[in-house]
Design a protein around this ligand. Structure first.
Ligand SMILES: Cc1cc2nc3c(=O)[nH]c(=O)nc-3n(C[C@H](O)[C@H](O)[C@H](O)COP(=O)(O)OP(=O)(O)OC[C@H]3O[C@@H](n4cnc5c(N)ncnc54)[C@H](O)[C@@H]3O)c2cc1C
Ligand code: SF4
Length: 373
């Protein structure tokens, strides 16, 4: 690595001022700096102005109201990780925050920086001399993609952990702009399917906060991260599942967020087809098929693309099985099921699909190298 280059640091007190400063040519926002600084030192960006967001007071707020949680983009991952009330309601988010890098790192790394971090590729996250020796690449300084040389797009992967649970919870992001009105959009709309320019933020726009709606009572959620090094590494596939089961043990709600496999994190489409069904082998396979079709890992990591696809499938199936078992133990569901059993006529406890007792959740073996977080 080399020096981060020559730049001046500006420290605005409000988001509106920060957005105006970002209109300067060569200006870049800095939160914790854990992604930005290594990238500057690798020569991946050339900043003239660094707009340090650390002085913006509203940036670090965690608030809860009737609608849900408002999390300032500057909230550190360490605060998320240790927040007991958040852990009770948004368990997958807290697990994902705790799975990012190492503990020292998480004391400065922020939620907004995590969501806005650059995409990654073995041909890109290298020193300048390494990339030069390789002729650079399409994303920065060159004209060829070494991952897919026939194509004209970059397939670098988005590897932030927190986007997966936030997508599963249906979160929205609040954006502040110098030239655009303050707005809220679904988190998925923050991203574009392009490894070279994966954010949809316009010039002078910043992420101000993330809004997460309250989950319905009885919702169970968890995050699972497959990575090469257990101690500290980006996700090869990061999967979050949030679900509810009804008194019959059938799925009443299911959403899945996935990170690490595509140039953008994704909320799995088609999960509504699994609703009103028990969580049996067929449901696990159906979910696995949805995941396998929608993830598009390319050879942008040291691990084979198909391994990342299989890791995502295995994580989703495993979480579905485990969480359905957990959700079935929720007080409301357990007592409703017991009451249904007590009052049901004997024939209704047979094998009729509407009254069948919930099958035991099936556990599938996890793919190699994956880890329960
Ligand atoms: C050794 C190492 C291990 C890591 N491991 C992981 C990991 O396991 N999982 C993971 O997800 N990440 C990992 N990271 C990446 C990074 O540390 C985290 O994503 C972290 O959360 C980034 O937050 P930050 O506040 O430090 O962002 P910064 O570095 O300050 O910013 C990241 C990017 O987002 C932009 N930005 C920051 N805030 C805003 C905002 N509010 N609005 C608009 N743009 C903004 C910056 O300009 C920059 O481009 C790792 C990094 C390192 C160096
Ligand atoms: S996917 Fe291709 S263009 Fe994108 S960073 Fe990797 S080598 Fe470069």
């Amino acid at each position: 690595m080399r020096s981060a280059g020559d730049f001046d640091v500006l420290r605005p007190a409000t988001l509106a001022d920060a957005a105006v400063l970002l209109l300067r040519p060569g200006a870049m926002p800095l939160a914790g700096g854990t992604d930005l600084m290594p990238n500057l030192r690798r020569g991946l960006h050339a900043a003239r102005w660094i707009v340090d967001l650390g002085g913006v007071a509203e940036f670090g707020r965690i608030e809860r109201d009737a609608a849900g949680w408002s999390l300032g983009a500057g909230v550190t991952l360490a605060r998320l990780e240790r927040h007991a009330e958040l852990a009770r309601e948004l368990r997958a988010l807290v697990q994902a925050a705790g799975a990012v890098a190492g503990p020292g790192h998480r004391t400065v790394a922020t939620l907004g920086g995590n969501l806005c971090q650059d995409t990654r590729c073995i041909h890109y996250n290298q020193s300048a001399w390494w990339r030069e020796a390789n002729g650079f690449c399409l994303k920065h300084g060159g004209d060829t993609c070494h991952v897919a040389p026939q194509g004209q797009r970059c397939h670098a992967a988005y590897e932030g952990d927190l986007a997966a649970p936030l997508l599963a919870y249906g979160a929205e992001v609040e954006i502040v702009g110098a030239l655009t009105p303050r707005r809220r959009v679904p988190l998925a709309a923050l991203y574009r399917d392009d490894g070279a320019a994966h954010l949809s933020l316009a010039e002078g726009e910043l992420l101000a906060a993330v809004h997460v709606p309250h989950v319905a009572p009885g919702t169970a959620s968890a995050y699972h991260k497959a990575r090469v090094r257990m101690a500290m590494d980006f996700p090869l596939a990061g999967v979050a599942v949030a679900l509810r089961v009804d008194a019959r043990g059938c799925l009443a709600a299911l959403s899945v967020g996935i990170s690490g496999t595509n140039s953008h994190p994704l909320r799995l489409a088609g999960t509504e087809d699994l609703l009103e069904r028990p969580v049996d082998d067929a449901a696990l396979h159906a979910l696995g098929r949805l995941v396998a079709r929608q993830v598009t890992p390319m050879r942008s990591t040291v691990t084979a693309s198909n391994h990342r696809r299989l890791a995502a499938v295995a994580a989703a199936e495993r979480l579905l099985g485990e969480l359905a078992g957990l959700a079935a133990l929720a007080p409301g569901v357990a007592s409703a099921r017991a009451a249904a059993r007590d009052h049901a006529p004997a024939h209704a406890l047979d094998h009729s699909p509407d009254h069948a007792p919930a099958p035991e959740p099936t556990r599938r073996p996890a793919a190699a190298n994956d880890e329960r977080t």
